[in-house]
Design a protein around this ligand. Structure first.
Ligand code: NAD
Length: 506
């Protein structure tokens, strides 16, 4: 593995790149080659303080601008992003490893939220009630929080931050984004785009770092809220710590998503969707379907169809090559590849059959890349850690159940509740599933039911800590605080005089 270091990636503070003086860095790999392509700075307290101070100044300017002025910046950002998104996709592929078309897809889904946010005046307008009591009107306004923190995971370096920052900024806040240290460059590219779009300095800050930066943001009295996406143990830590420090907090965690396949389903459609949703982005998606719950007697036929399709999949450098774009790229790090391989070994030890084994996957010309081939497991015990825990790799598990009810009960007994899907032609069964399942996002013959921007994204149980989901109406509520004003313009002739009683209506 080469350790050639060409560059140190710093922060974006005060509308400009800022080199780090912390002396601490982490390697950023190209997962397709396995080489270290840069080092990313890990912020120290001085840099955290500088980021927060700049964001506070940015907030003072931005929150005073009219909605019309703010809206024009958002429109400019949307246009620039639309024109230049292939550049961002190339950065994502280089640091994350996902194939270029998938990186374009993640940007498109993030762009939806930018587009929603351009219509923010309609979404943050308050309410007005006239003459609630004699001569008295009540109205509510929605005001920005101030400086808000966003902490994002490695697997969607553009889309996940875009779940939050367009709405936060539209509503008048200043954002400090702490991206994953594994793929930090997308955030810096986005920061430059905001600058070009005319966003005042300090309104979008990128603070690179690790736990030190995250803890610094959570503990600062000048940061009003934390929006976190990542693994469940860290989400829970963030939720508890940020709340303890008086923050508004939303913390989205991990997942283990099941697809329930009823015997009447179109098995060719199901096999296509299981392969797409199980192996796309090498399984590094929180909405990936990792368990196929096959209601008797479809499991064997389904496995056969999945195996046929897996045989056609190509693994390789997400940037493409002489044979064009592969179907899936590498995993994020060698360490993560080891972890995924360990789960397959655990499954085997726990009695599973490894129907397709991706552990020995090797890509010619990229022998040091972090590749892991599509893997299919059958007959896994339900108490195996390989079943109960999130694997986050291209590993699809087939679990057999006798009935619809058994399938629903199994899904509901899990600790996660992010996404799920049912495949059937029976409308009654689908409707029961939708009502009875304890999961936040449900697909009916749709494998990855990520809601559009004007609905909100979020799971249940250990997949979301806090009350607020991402984007949609939840997003606008999260990034504003409501103020209720009760007003009376006195008619001098109707002066009420002194009355120390609790105000009542007349
Ligand atoms: P992670 O939890 O390791 O890291 C997420 C962020 O937290 C990073 O910015 C990281 O620097 C920071 N962090 C890590 N350890 C920390 C600590 N001890 N204290 C403070 N901050 C810390 O997650 P990841 O590996 O980057 O991302 C993959 C995980 O994210 C998976 O579990 C996946 O399911 C989940 N995810 C969930 C959703 C969702 O919507 N629910 C979406 C995407 C990813």
């Amino acid at each position: 593995m080469s350790t050639t270091q060409t560059q140190t990636i710093g922060h974006w503070i005060d509308g400009a790149p800022r080199a780090s003086g912390s002396g601490r860095t982490a390697p950023v790999y190209n997962p397709a080659t396995g080489w270290v392509q840069a080092q990313v700075a890990l912020a120290d307290q001085e840099e955290i303080d500088a980021a927060i101070a700049s964001a506070r100044r940015g907030f003072e300017v931005w929150s005073e601008l009219s909605m019309a002025r703010r809206q024009s910046v958002l429109f400019a950002f949307r246009e620039l992003l639309n024109e230049r998104k292939p550049e961002l996709a190339a950065i994502i592929t280089r640091e994350h490893g996902k194939v270029h078309s998938d990186a374009m897809g993640e940007i498109a889904r993030g762009q939806e939220v930018v587009e929603l946010a351009t219509g923010f005046p309609h979404l943050i307008k308050g309410a007005f009630s006239e003459n609630v009591s004699s001569g008295i009107d009540v109205y509510t306004t929605k005001q920005p929080l101030g400086v808000v923190g966003i902490i994002s995971p490695f697997n969607f370096p553009a889309m996940v931050p875009m779940w939050f920052f367009p709405i936060a900024i539209a509503a008048g806040n200043a954002v400090i984004l702490k991206p994953s240290e594994k793929d930090p460059s997308a955030s810096l590219w986005i920061a430059e785009l905001w600058k070009e779009a005319g966003l005042p300095d300090g309104v979008f800050t990128v603070l690179n770092g690790d736990k030190v930066a995250v803890d610094g943001l959570m503990k600062s009295p000048d940061v009003q809220s934390i929006s976190f996406v990542g693994s469940t143990p860290i989400a829970q830590y963030i939720y508890e710590t940020a709340a303890k420090h008086g923050k508004r907090v939303q913390a989205l965690g991990g997942a283990k998503n099941h697809m329930l396949v009823l015997p009447d389903a179109d098995l060719d459609l199901v096999a296509d969707q299981a392969v797409n949703a199980g192996y796309g982005a090498a399984g590094e998606r929180c909405m990936a379907l990792s368990v196929v719950l096959a209601v008797d007697p479809v499991a064997d036929a389904l496995i056969e169809k999945i195996v046929e399709r897996v045989a056609t999949l190509r693994v390789g450098d997400g940037a493409g090559g002489p044979d064009g774009e592969p179907h899936l790229g590498p995993l994020i790090t060698a360490e993560h590849r080891e972890r995924v391989a360990e789960y397959v070994a655990i499954a085997e030890d726990d009695g599973a059959t490894v129907v397709v084994d991706g552990r020995t996957c090797m890509v010619e010309g990229n022998e040091d890349g972090f590749f892991f081939g599509p893997t299919l497991l059958d007959g896994l015990r339900l108490d195996s850690r390989a079943y109960t825990e999130e694997i986050f790799g291209p590993v699809l598990q087939v679990v057999r159940v006798a009935t619809f009810d058994e399938g629903v009960a199994l899904i509901n007994s899990g600790r996660f509740g992010n996404g799920t899907a049912i495949f059937t032609n029976d409308g009654g069964a689908a409707r029961r599933f939708q009502r009875e399942i304890h999961v936040g996002m449900v697909g009916i013959n749709v494998p990855i039911p990520v809601p559009v921007a004007y609905h909100s994204f979020g799971g249940w149980k250990a997949s979301l800590f806090g009350d607020a989901k991402a984007y949609g109406v939840h997003g606008f509520d999260f990034f504003t605080r409501e103020k209720a004003i009760t007003s009376r313009w006195l008619d001098p002739a109707a002066h009420g005089g002194i009355d120390l009683g609790f105000p009542q209506h007349d």
